[in-house]
Design a protein around this ligand. Sequence first.
Ligand code: NAD
Ligand code: DAU
Length: 375
Amino acid sequence: MTRTTAHHDPAKDRVNIGATCANLGGAGIGGSNKLENLFVTGGAGFIGSAFVRLVFEEMPHCEVVNFDALTYAGNLENLDGLDESRHHFVHGNICDRDAVLAALDEGTDAIVNFAAESHVDRSIHSAHEFINTNVLGTQVLLDAARERGVSRFLQVSTDEVMGSLTEDDEAFFTEDSPFQPNSPYAASKASAEQLVRAAHHTFGLDTLITRCGNNYGPRQFPEKFLPLMLANALNDEPIPVYGDGLNVRDWIYVEDHCRAVLTLLAQGRSGGTYNIGARNERRNIDVAHSVLDALGKPRSLIRSVKDRPGHDRRYAIDPRLIEHEFGWRPRETWESGLHKTIDWYRDNTGWLDRVRSGAYREYYSRQYGVEADAH
Ligand code: NAD
Ligand code: DAU
């Protein structure tokens, strides 16, 4: 499925501050904001760990405090190989004000908040932790940012706050799309956005909100569709596809998302909200076919299973604002990103086996009514 965007261009109505900024250093990520000391939350998770890796690659003088509660989704193995002289891991919960303040230095240039409960199916089972971490935890961080005089606060949000689109090719999420969250997860992320907005409006905190679509890449916990398929197919286990398999998601390689976040951290308009997307809409069934074909596994592994309650039909992001203001573009195609992802999972079966043990097996049998194989 491909598409073009042909409606109003919001970028034309805005000042291009990116073009006036100095370059931070060799990476094409220009910016006027000093970014030498970052406080990254959720940096032991899938996207947060990719972000820390990218920061170290692109900004040789930047140090990172990585603050993470190590929930089921957080994994210290995701941080293997990072330069320990610049990486300072702190085990802590963003809901714990004292712990956050103890770890947050006065000289911090920015907080980047990745920490969240991130899986829609889990939020349907129980919303409690989603409200705690995603809503209350975000407010704790906003308060701490003000108390410590942190210059910027970037909230990593999601396209899901804007609800579900129809299958109409002309419909896209723009930065001005209304909030219509449909799952407890999406509602918690929308609430967090509102708190960030309020901190900017009332207290003048320099904030940014980014809304991205479905990420894929190395180190993604195999409760999410793509790594779950990879893990199952590599073990010749069935692949569960919800409902008719025709729901559409807009996929982006994780490093492309992280590069967009870094670009916005350096250059984004204070108080701004930016969509991030790679113009890569695909139906779930087609994604399943891509994965199985790439692995050389039979499509007969696919099983249609009971649909997710309230399952959003289609997500599609209009990324023109970040493209036009900052020249950001994804570097990976679907094919190249999938290839890299598959290679990583094939080369890291130990990582996969370890995260698929214990609590994962309980989750899997509750969600799918069958056991995941232990390996
Ligand atoms: P993830 O579930 O892989 O990782 C979340 C991380 O946050 C884990 O390391 C976990 O230990 C940590 N964490 C959870 N609760 C915490 C708490 N109370 N205090 C401190 N740390 C805590 O999530 P992800 O897929 O990497 O997503 C990261 C962020 O990006 C989330 O905010 C999510 O809403 C957003 N997002 C994700 C996607 C996606 O496709 N995965 C797309 C758009 C936006
Ligand atoms: O769009 C951004 C969002 O993408 C992020 O905010 C979320 O944190 C992230 O989890 C993701 O949400 P989705 O619900 O879209 O992702 P998930 O991987 O759970 O599902 C992708 C699609 O695949 C969705 O239509 C549901 C379907 N699916 C999922 C699972 C786990 C299946 O068909 N079978 C499955 O077993």
